[in-house]
Design a protein around this ligand. Sequence first.
Ligand code: LLP
Length: 430
Amino acid sequence: MKNNKNMMYIGGVPCDKLAETCGTPLYIYDENAIEERIKNYTTYFKSDLFDTEIIYASKAFAAKAMFQIVNKYGASLDVVSGGELYLAKESSVPMDRIYFHGNNKTEEELDIAFKYGCKTIVLDNLMECAKLIEKAEEYQKEIHVIIRINPGVNAHTHKYIVTGDPDSKFGVLIEDYEKIVNMIKVISASKYVIFDGFHSHIGSQIFDMEAFHVTVERMIKLIKRLKDEDDIIVRFLNLGGGFGVHYTDNDDPLTIKEISNLLIKKCETEIKKHEIKLDKIMIEPGRSMVAEAGYTLYTIGFNKKTPNKEYIFIDGGMSDNIRVALYQAKYDCDIANKMDEDKTTCYSVAGKCCESGDILIENAMLPKAEEDDLLVVYSTGAYGYSMANNYNKLRRPAVVFAKDGKARIVIKREDYQDMTRYETDEEVNI
Ligand code: LLP
């Protein structure tokens, strides 16, 4: 992102031209910035002791263009539904690089996984285990599994961790040793299902590496215990995602290089300490791959002064960014066509949805805003488009990739016909 004569450029493309040709609201990704992040992960998350694998958590931003970049850099993909799996297939992501997650995969989704030849299922629970074995027998096809473990590390409740949420809906509690052993034995007794290892994911937007370190300690201790007490060999360990990013200046994330180095070092130390061997360690970043590479561009419409506030209204809102209403997420913004002007006015940036909570940013210091100015919101690349909705029948915006002065639309803006596409009046034969 650069400025030239008051105008912001993203990927070398001026924002006014993007708005003019693609319309607003508009999600814009700096393609080089995504590529750099993937490259950093694949370069720095490496060890001499074990293989490594970078798995992009596609829920952060799922699009063919994104999956093609993932492919280009040899990364793998975490999918969590039949829809994401379908998109992966349509994007030619090799099925041996897909990890299919979810606490309640439906029969239809498991069928799709077998039909597509998806290599690995991340198993959540014992019932799923039984279902998968049944399915594998039905299809007479091999399938690999890693078991999701809840390591009892809750990165959000307390800085110094250790008490996880035992009531989490995800995975098998690490304390349930017998349950874990039982699951592995059931898998090992089956003809087609192959046990590869464990997965853990402790949350999202985490800055404290201590939380990950405690997770590594606990997971490796479990692996050691399984080897010593039950002769069970665990080959893979997937440590999930969750690495924090910069939304506002209150966020001070580590770099991808720092995160990678710290995690690798911790894994190596624990492996040596417990004298175990692991074939591969994986991580599964979503947000940190795409958040800061993404921007949302809006056109400013009317403004309004109330006794205590000065509003500017934008042509999107909680339909293209639900994170503020849902998580009280904070964002920074600028007027993309007034980048060199002094920030003199404090605004409440409100969306156009019919809800008082539809406020994107409070207390935004900006240059004096006028109708048709362009508002750019930073770090919207993760969980923005992927959580967008049609509330108030607003159209989901287009997504543009900008790179080296060129732009391409990778997802079109919805049109009004899309809003009525599924309206019907069909009698149901019951
Ligand atoms: N792996 C698993 C199993 C996950 O559940 C998630 C995120 C990730 C990886 C990627 O985590 P990340 O690196 O993106 O933090 N909608 C929320 C975030 C939900 C995250 C859910 N799981 C938000 O907008 O903040």
